[in-house]
Design a protein around this ligand. Structure first.
Ligand SMILES: [Zn+2]
Length: 255
């Protein structure tokens, strides 16, 4: 995520209770890990900012324990623009801390961090769109045919999330891989029956209690995003209402 929020991402957003009452959401069919990432295929998670990989698909990542050799995580930015104007969290500190938070979070998911591949691209936070072609080329170099590439939805209504989604869509077409997308900010701005969502492509990956608990621990590893900024008075980037929407007992994937 990122705190440079345009108007549609301000405020509390759509309450979880409204999502839970959504007939369209209730009707989304389930999908298994094996269907999403069949044996012999890699899962490549492309995260615009450190924490998107956990917020969007921490449960799926936790299910990949034991298959770390099939896992590649790509951190597009280091998330150093999450606290604009902050003396507590200047960009240099965020560049240092947020990747460490990601590493601790992956360990919370019980992944063997030594065995998975993790690429940090260091593109500028909030300006990925300007580097979209470069990102696409880089991804094409990393991808193999048949890879399942999971990233933020191209219409997540956040600049970096959409740019990364588009770059991944172009890269998988060139690499003969397959695109999977996850909503992150969508849970905030969309309405529970929103016709803009690709409901036909939506699937739910159900998370059992243990997996959900690991995901919650992993989210909590992103401490820089969880607290009010004492310096600027800005609220936490990840508010309680944001987190409860992202810690439902399933993850929604657009296949
Ligand atoms: Zn993000």
């Amino acid at each position: 995520m990122n705190a440079n929020k345009p108007d549609h991402l301000q405020g509390a957003g759509t309450p979880l209770s409204q999502w839970q009452a959504s007939p369209l959401l209730q009707q989304v069919p389930t999908v298994s890990l094996q269907e999403l990432v069949p044996q012999g295929h890699r899962l490549v998670v492309v995260a615009p900012h450190p924490d998107d990989e956990v917020l969007g698909c921490g449960g799926l990542l936790a299910m990949m324990t034991g298959r770390e050799a099939d896992l590649l995580v790509v951190s597009v930015t280091d998330g150093d623009a999450s606290h604009p104007g902050s003396s507590t969290w200047p960009a240099a500190r965020l560049r240092d801390e947020r990747p460490q938070e990601s590493e601790r979070a992956l360990a919370c998911l019980k992944l063997d961090v030594e065995r998975l591949r993790w690429h940090r691209l260091g593109l500028p936070d909030t300006r990925v769109e300007q580097f979209e072609d470069q990102l696409c080329s880089h991804l094409v170099d990393l991808l193999r045919p048949g890879d399942r590439v999971l990233t933020t939805w191209r219409h997540d209504a956040h600049g970096d999330h959409e740019a990364v989604g588009r770059a991944c869509a172009n890269a998988v077409a060139l690499a003969n891989a397959r695109l999977l997308e996850m909503p992150v900010w969508t849970w905030h701005w969309a309405s529970p029956q929103d016709p803009r969502l690709p409901w036909q492509r939506a699937r739910k990956l159900l998370l059992d209690d243990v997996t959900l608990a690991r995901k919650r621990l992993a989210v909590n590893a992103h401490t820089s995003q969880l607290h009010e900024d004492a310096g600027t008075g800005a609220p936490a980037v990840l508010t309680a209402t944001t987190l409860e929407r992202l810690l439902q007992p399933f993850e929604m994937i657009f296949v």
